[in-house]
Ligand binder design. Structure first.
Ligand SMILES: NS(=O)(=O)c1ccc2o/c(=N\O)[nH]c2c1
Ligand SMILES: [Zn+2]
Length: 263
């Protein structure tokens, strides 16, 4: 199966997933803010609107290539605004990280990587062509999914993410999962105003690499403590090693443009 080691990492994914090398809207990308191919300010881009009630029942899983928080299907979350013309439903969030603070994020800003990146995954709940996340992934709809990306940087402890980082030791072994105890307030993790972001058309950053994602990557990083970062680096990949670098390198932009909601 695919992973992030020499034998099964991003450079080998094309074998089972040809779109890895032939796709023209692959993710992640390097977000360039100056020069020719740079992100272009679009004054029509509105703030992103999220409505995340505190999730009551959810599963926290180590799937061997990331850790993932997934509420039950009945969750009443909603995402709209920003570049979106439809309402999207929250499916799951997960993380990508490195084994030191100079690497780990999937998107980069002028070549700079952050130590980690949080992905909030949503699917278009207003499409007549699908009515679940899995169907959305297989739909070939260019905006079947919307993923919100937040960079993580090392600083103060993040109290809102503490319930998550404190749970990492409970899913140390690949394939292990726990029922999330109590409620989790995802809204509290995010900055109040979701106004400054980059947005572009891309793909899933792991197999099947489907080119169905409207990406929204926020400019402002979220702070976590060193201890919280270290907790990610202790999670195992199922081959007796910690997951240390579950990030795909940047992909070619091809004819795509990146829009910025800020100057
Ligand atoms: N890393 S990512 O692009 O946010 C992402 C999000 C949802 C996904 O579902 C997947 N397989 O079913 N891969 C995947 C990657
Ligand atoms: Zn991801």
């Amino acid at each position: 199966p695919w992973g992030y080691s020499k034998e099964n990492g991003p450079a080998t994914w094309h074998k089972d997933c040809p779109i890895a090398n032939t796709g023209v809207r692959q993710s992640p990308i390097d977000l360039i803010t100056t020069g020719q191919t740079c992100a272009k300010y679009d004054s029509n881009l509105k703030p992103v609107i999220v409505s995340y009630p505190a999730f009551s029942e959810a599963t926290f899983l180590n799937n061997g290539h990331s850790v993932q928080f997934q509420p039950s299907a009945g969750n009443l979350s909603e995402l709209s605004g920003g570049p979106l013309t439809k309402k999207y439903k929250f499916e799951q969030f997960h993380f990508h990280w490195g084994n030191n603070d100079s690497e780990g994020s999937e998107h980069r800003v002028n070549g700079k990587m952050y130590p980690a990146e949080l992905h909030l995954v949503h699917w278009n709940s207003e499409s007549p062509n699908f009515s679940s996340f899995q169907e959305a992934v297989g739909s070939n709809d260019p905006h079947a999914l919307c993923v919100l990306g937040f960079f993580l940087k090392v600083g103060a402890e993040n109290a809102s993410l503490k319930p998550i980082t404190d749970l990492l030791s409970k899913v140390k072994n690949a394939g292990s999962s726990v029922s999330f105890p109590g409620k989790f307030d995802l809204k509290a993790v995010l900055p109040e105003t979701l106004t400054d972001y980059y947005t572009y058309d891309g793909s899933l950053t792991t197999p099947p690499l489907a080119e169905c994602v409207k990406w929204i990557v926020f400019k402002e990083p979220i702070e976590v403590s060193t201890a919280q970062m270290e907790a990610f680096r202790a999670v195992d990949d199922g081959h007796g090693k910690p997951i240390t670098g579950n990030y795909r390198p940047p992909c070619p932009l091809h004819t795509r443009t990146v829009a910025a909601s800020f100057k």
